[in-house]
Design a protein around this ligand. Structure first.
Ligand SMILES: Cc1ncc(COP(=O)(O)O)c(C=O)c1O
Length: 486
C-alpha cells in the first residue's frame, strides 16, 4: 500500500456564503488537496472509472464548481448535461429536503406515491405530441433506453433494433450493443445483446458534399432493408442530436423521412432525448426542431436537476401492450428524485430556460464561429441551443480527426479554471454544455479561455487571480489531463 500524506490545509473558504459566480484560481489546477485525493482514490477506485477533470469538488452552485483547494471553476459541462437548472438550484434543494423528510423510499411497486404520477403527467404534457401517453420511471438513461426497447419489442412482436452510427445509448449490456464506439465503452465487454443493427447517420461535415437529410435517410433505409428487413424491425432508436458521437445535428429532412418510413412499416420510432431533452437545445425537446412526433421518448440527465431519474414515455397503446409487472425496478421513480424533477420542471417552464439556451447559443456562436477558417484545425462549430461543439482536425485540407488537439484544449481550459468536456467518435470534439442559468459575463470569461486555448495562446488571467495567488502562495499551473472523454 502506498502511504498517503496528509492533505494540505484547507484554504480559507466561507462554506456558508453563496458561491460567487466568477472564476478564481488560488492554486495550480489541480491543487495539492485535489492531488492528494487523486492519490487516495487510486487505492480504492479502479482507473476504469474516469474523471474528465482531476479536480475535486467541494461545493458547486449556478455555473461554478469550487474545488477542495478553493479554486472556482466555470462549469461548461453541467455534470454531462444534468444540472441545466444550475447546480443545487434552491427550488430543487428545497423540494428534495421536504420529500426526504416525508419519506425517502417505499418503492412504487410496493406502496405507490403521488410524485411519480405527477412526473408522468408532466412528461405526458411536455414531450412531443398530444396523444395519450404513459411513462415508466427508472434511474438512469441506459435503463430508460432498455425499457423503450422492451416496450417496442413487446408491442410489435419483432426483435430487431436499428441504431445509428456514432450513437451513444449507455453502458448496460443492451445499450453497449446499441452504442457505436468501442473504446472505451465496449472493448472487451462482449458478447453483446443480439438483434441490434447499426445504420448510417446523417453527419453533414463528413457526408458527401451536398447530401440532403432525405438522401441520408434513404441511405439508412437501404441498409436496414437489405440487411434486416423492415418487417423484422421493432424500433429505430436515435438521438435527435448525436451526443457522445460529437454533437452532430443531422441535415434538415433526415428525421421527417425516418418518421415516414417508420410509420409506413410499423417500426416504433424512439427518440433518445437523454442528453438533448429538457430545454438543452433551445426547445423543451430536440425533436420539436424537426417537427417530428416520436412514438417513444427516453429522458434522464436534465430531468431532475442533479438527482438520478429517467423515463421512457410512449404512446399509451404501446406502453399498455406490456403485461402487468413487466416493467419496474426497486429504485425506479424514487420519490426524492421525483420531487426534484417536479421542482426542476417548474424552473424550466417558469424561467423559460429554452429561451436561455437560445441566448447561450447566440453568445457562443458569436465567439467561436469566427475561428472556423481562421484558426487551423477548427473544422466546424455546431450544435443546438446550449449543446454546442467544436470539431478539431489536423491542419490541412482533409478532415483527419485531431484527438490530441481536443485533449490539449480541454486540459488548457481546466488549468485556467474552465471545465469543458470532449466527445466524438474520434475523441476530437470539444463540447459545451453550460447550465442554462449561467451568467452571461461568466460564460464570456470562460469563452475567453476557450478561444485562447483553441488559438494555442496563454489563457487570460482569472478575475482577481493576482490577489488570490498571492494569498495562496502558489501559481496556477498546467492541469493533468485524463479520464473519460465522452
Ligand atoms: C443519448 C444518451 N442516451 C443514454 C445515455 C445513458 O445515460 P446514463 O449515463 O444515465 O445511463 C446517455 C448518457 O450520456 C446519452 O447521452
Amino acid at each position: 500500500m502506498t502511504a498517503i500524506s496528509a492533505p494540505p490545509a484547507v484554504p480559507d473558504v466561507d462554506g456558508d456564503a453563496p458561491l460567487e459566480q466568477s472564476r478564481l484560481l488560488r492554486t495550480a489546477v489541480p491543487g495539492p488537496r485535489s492531488l492528494a485525493l487523486t492519490a487516495r482514490r487510486a487505492q480504492v477506485v479502479p482507473p476504469a472509472v474516469g474523471s474528465a477533470v482531476p479536480v475535486w469538488a467541494a461545493r458547486a452552485g449556478g455555473g461554478v464548481v469550487e474545488d477542495v483547494d478553493g479554486n472556482r471553476l466555470v462549469d461548461l459541462g453541467a455534470g454531462i448535461a444534468v444540472t441545466s437548472v444550475g447546480v443545487s438550484h434552491p427550488d430543487v434543494v428545497a423540494a428534495v429536503a421536504a420529500q426526504a423528510a416525508a419519506f425517502t423510499h417505499t418503492c412504487f411497486m410496493v406502496t405507490p406515491y403521488e410524485p411519480y404520477v405527477a412526473v408522468a403527467e408532466a412528461l405526458a404534457r411536455l414531450t412531443p405530441g398530444d396523444h395519450a401517453k404513459r411513462s415508466v420511471l427508472v434511474t438512469s438513461g441506459a435503463e430508460a433506453v432498455e425499457n423503450a426497447v422492451k416496450v417496442a419489442r413487446r408491442a410489435t412482436g419483432r426483435d430487431a433494433v436499428l441504431v445509428l452510427d456514432h450513437a451513444y445509448h449507455g453502458r448496460t449490456n443492451l445499450t453497449m450493443a446499441m452504442t457505436a464506439r468501442a473504446m472505451p465503452y465496449k472493448a472487451g465487454f462482449g458478447p453483446f445483446a443480439g438483434e441490434v443493427y447499426r445504420v448510417p447517420a446523417s453527419y453533414p461535415l463528413r457526408d458527401p458534399v451536398g447530401m440532403t437529410g432525405e438522401e441520408a435517410a434513404a441511405r439508412l433505409v437501404d441498409v436496414a432493408t437489405r440487411q434486416v428487413g423492415a418487417d423484422r424491425v421493432a424500433a429505430l432508436v436515435a438521438e435527435p442530436v448525436l451526443g457522445e458521437g460529437g454533437f452532430v445535428v443531422p441535415a434538415p429532412g433526415f428525421w421527417p423521412a425516418l418518421a415516414r418510413w417508420c410509420a409506413e412499416h410499423g417500426v416504433v420510432l424512439v427518440a433518445d432525448e437523454v442528453q438533448t431533452g429538457f430545454a438543452r437545445t433551445g426547445a423543451m425537446f430536440a425533436l420539436e426542431h424537426e417537427g417530428v412526433v416520436p412514438d417513444l421518448v427516453t429522458t434522464a440527465k436534465g430531468i431532475a436537476g442533479g438527482l438520478p431519474l429517467a423515463a421512457a414515455t410512449g404512446r399509451a397503446e404501446l406502453m399498455d401492450a406490456v403485461h402487468p409487472g413487466g416493467l419496474g425496478g426497486t429504485y425506479g421513480g424514487n420519490p426524492v428524485a421525483c420531487a426534484a424533477a417536479l421542482a426542476a420542471i417548474e424552473v424550466y417552464e417558469r424561467d423559460d430556460l429554452a429561451a436561455a439556451a437560445r441566448r447561450i447559443e447566440a453568445q457562443v456562436r458569436g465567439r467561436l464561429e469566427p475561428l472556423v477558417g481562421t484558426v487551423p484545425g477548427v473544422a466546424e462549430v455546431r450544435g443546438r441551443g446550449a449543446m454546442l461543439a467544436v470539431e478539431l482536425v489536423e491542419p490541412g485540407d482533409g478532415l483527419v480527426p485531431d484527438r490530441a488537439a481536443a485533449a490539449r484544449v480541454a486540459a488548457a481550459c481546466a488549468a485556467a479554471g474552465v471545465i469543458v468536456l470532449t466527445c466524438g467518435t474520434w475523441g476530437n470534439v470539444v463540447r459545451l454544455l453550460p447550465p442554462l442559468v449561467i451568467d452571461p459575463a461568466l460564460l464570456d470569461d470562460a469563452l475567453d479561455v476557450l478561444v485562447a486555448a483553441l488559438r494555442g495562446q496563454e489563457p487570460p488571467p482569472a478575475p482577481g487571480e493576482a490577489s488570490a495567488t498571492t494569498l495562496a502562495g502558489s501559481r496556477p499551473g498546467p492541469a493533468v489531463g485524463g479520464g473519460r472523454d465522452a
